[in-house]
Design a protein around this ligand. Structure first.
Ligand code: FAD
Length: 628
């Protein structure tokens, strides 16, 4: 999910938490059952989700140890198109291909997870007779008016009613509706919270001085902050205009704050929640310029730069448009799957009831359907073979098998492609391995009732010094037929956005920080995540009667060690000539194989994933035409 101030808006093993320990099997069953029948329904699984156990081991064995099965049993399955990755990009590619080639086109989608959607997944809870939804990864449809005609066309194909989405979210009352948000800091007696419209206060709008004076900081630090937020001082007044420009592009914001503004290391954390939500742990490496694009203070007092800052921020604040399904972009992935395989939910209409419809996962991969979606399948090899077909090797349930296709679209991770497809040119493989996906952890916590959260007030709590940088509610919208909590007595889902912490000595590049954080995410156990969640929520809500031991009913940790697509950063990435950036070199077509996914656009957004899906399909359609 990405943030309001820019386009990115807003705000081991299985274990389910209760106050006294893990849930009993009966309680677990309550989360995963329907009609008295035991079924595994992926959206209702709790504990560690996202890149869950079982989804990554095969690929890691290949990437880290070069290990893969010696041979693959050939299945009697040939497809017109095989797509690797059933995230939004792969699903969109399937839709574009089917739309062009007709409903009889034989398509196979393979994904290494037990659920489809890639990052666009949902968490579904059932408690006290209500269904509660949470966002498992990707959150909002971000400013679709700016999208390409292709991406907008896909929204139309899916019947997505943008006006209704806006109205559905505006109409309903958030549990703790308020324009204010809270800045919160852990303290010995719970969190110290300071209320305010912080995104505006940070830019010197409103009574920023009183708000700053309420922060738990030494008076000298408060004084420096007040001066910074006033926007009246030019901290680079010893530099010429061109030197200033060079400075803001080449110096980190952290260094600017400590060296030029004179703030202590401990104080500057209050400016990093937004950079971290945008760049993950690499947010520590944003330049002054990038920080200013994200709404951080500091350049307002710098003559023409200050004016530019004001204009840019105004256009960002008025020009962005954030649309929500109650389960984030999972509903979009579900709409795609429903369109491709209607049998997954035969009674579902579409946009109006997608959020509440229950999918039949057994229908995803049926012999009788021309389009099949096969989960728990990790692709480990891909090659054009003599007979003008692509052979695709994959591992499922420990068995090594292969299928063939006329065409293949790789809608998986860029970093995985060189291992799957070692025959690509060396330069292309190097380019594919350049970006490091941004690790993130998004956790949903089912709470028995929303009373303490409502008393806390403020739709969003920003916690610069906690494991979870933002604590808020699941999107409260009626879109897709969903009924959000009607009031504080109803159960609710608290949504927590975490940026894995890494120690930075100041010399690490963004690539180093992202890799270190990824290792941390894989190494962190559910117990640690659970403890962090409990401590942070108790600190925030304890004074309002919250008791984590009795109020928390389930915790789902969506860990994304391979999260956002890498977006270039000015301190660590060169400026490449057009067409020469790693993502552009990496996505070159290779005969019957094309590359989709948001990595191939170097943009971590839905429309990038959709556009990439279309590009890859168009390349393959053109290839067929060329072959006559
Ligand atoms: C936590 C989080 C929040 C986000 N929030 C937003 C948001 O609010 N708005 C927005 O527009 N974007 C958001 N994004 C960006 C999001 O990544 C894109 O919008 C989009 O969903 C990416 O789709 P994709 O298909 O390119 O990649 P993915 O969703 O990553 O799908 C690729 C799929 O390929 C699978 N795969 C990889 N290797 C293999 C293999 N060898 N074999 C089989 N399968 C494989 C992967 O496991 C995955 O399921 C967010 C991302 C994250 C991680």
């Amino acid at each position: 999910m990405k943030y309001k101030i820019t386009r990115r808006d807003f705000l081991n093993g299985m274990a389910i938490a209760t106050g006294t320990g893990l849930l009993t099997p009966a309680e677990l069953f309550a989360q995963t059952s329907t009609g008295g029948q035991h079924v595994v329904y992926p959206p209702t699984l709790t504990g560690i989700r996202g890149n869950h156990l079982g989804s990554f081991e095969t690929m890691h064995a290949l990437a880290w140890g070069g290990q893969k099965p010696a041979s693959h049993r050939k299945l009697d399955e040939h497809y017109d198109m095989v797509i690797v990755g059933a995230g939004v990009s792969g699903l969109a590619a399937a839709w574009f291909y089917q739309k062009t080639m007709g409903p009889d086109a034989k398509i196979l989608l393979l994904d290494n997870h037990d659920d489809f959607g890639g990052h666009a997944k949902r968490n579904e809870f059932h408690h006290r007779g209500r269904m509660l939804l949470g966002v498992g990864g990707s959150v909002n449809v971000d400013t679709p008016s700016d999208w390409s005609e292709i991406s907008k066309g896909l929204l139309d194909d899916l019947g997505i009613d943008i006006k209704a989405m806006i109205a559905n979210t505006d109409e309903i009352t958030l549990l703790s509706a308020s324009d204010d948000n809270l800045l919160a800091f852990p303290g010995p007696k719970g969190h110290v919270k300071v209320r305010g419209k912080w995104s505006q206060l940070m830019l010197g709008l409103g009574d920023y001085e009183s708000a700053v004076r309420a922060l738990p900081l030494a008076a000298t630090e408060q004084g420096k902050l007040v001066e910074l937020l006033s926007g009246e001082r030019d901290y680079l007044d010893d530099l010429s205009l061109s030197e200033k420009q060079a400075y803001i592009e080449s110096v980190s914001y952290a260094q600017f704050l400590t060296k030029r503004v004179g703030l202590a290391e401990e104080t500057i954390s209050i400016f990093f929640p937004v950079p971290k939500l945008m760049f993950g742990p690499a947010g520590l490496r944003v330049s002054v310029m990038e920080a200013f694009y994200l709404g951080c203070p500091g350049v307002q007092g710098m003559d023409w730069l200050g004016k530019l800052a004001a204009q840019l921020l105004e256009s960002q604040m008025t020009g962005s448009e954030s649309l929500y399904f109650p389960d984030g972009n999972a509903s979009l992935a579900r709409l795609l799957v429903h369109k491709l395989i209607p049998a997954v939910a035969p009674d579902t209409i579409g946009f109006d009831d997608i959020a509440v419809s229950r999918f039949d996962y057994a229908a995803l991969d049926q012999k009788t359907h021309s389009l099949r979606l096969r989960l728990n399948s990790t692709v480990v090899g891909l090659r054009e073979t003599g007979e003008d077909v692509v052979t695709v090797d994959y591992v499922r349930d420990g068995k090594a098998v292969s299928v063939s296709g006329d065409h293949c679209v790789l809608a998986c991770y860029n970093g995985a492609i060189p291992y799957i497809c070692p025959q690509l040119p060396e330069r292309q493989k190097e380019a594919l391995g350049y970006g490091v996906k941004v690790p993130l952890v998004m956790t949903n916590v089912l709470i028995d009732n929303g009373r303490a959260f409502a008393k806390l007030g403020g739709g969003q709590v920003t916690c610069p010094n906690d494991p979870y940088v933002v604590v808020t509610t699941a999107p409260a919208t009626t879109t897709g037929g969903h009924q959000p909590p009607r009031g504080p007595d109803d159960p609710m889902v608290i949504y927590m956005l975490g940026v894995p912490s890494v120690t930075s000595t100041g010399i690490e590049t963004s690539h180093d920080l992202l890799k270190a954080a990824r290792r941390n995410v894989y190494a962190t156990t559910f117990n640690t995540y659970e403890q962090e969640v409990r401590e942070q929520l108790q600190g925030l809500l304890g004074e309002h009667g919250f008791n984590h031991e009795t109020d928390i009913k389930a915790i789902t940790v969506n860990r994304w060690p391979h999260g956002y697509a890498y977006e270039y950063m000015s301190l660590d990435d060169p400026k490449w000539p057009k067409g020469q950036a790693p993502h552009e070199l990496g996505r070159a077509q290779f005969g019957r194989i094309s590359i989709a996914n948001s990595d191939s656009e170097a943009r971590a957004y839905l429309d990038a994933a959709i556009d990439a899906g279309w590009r890859a399909v168009a390349e393959q359609l053109a290839y067929t035409q060329r072959q006559g």
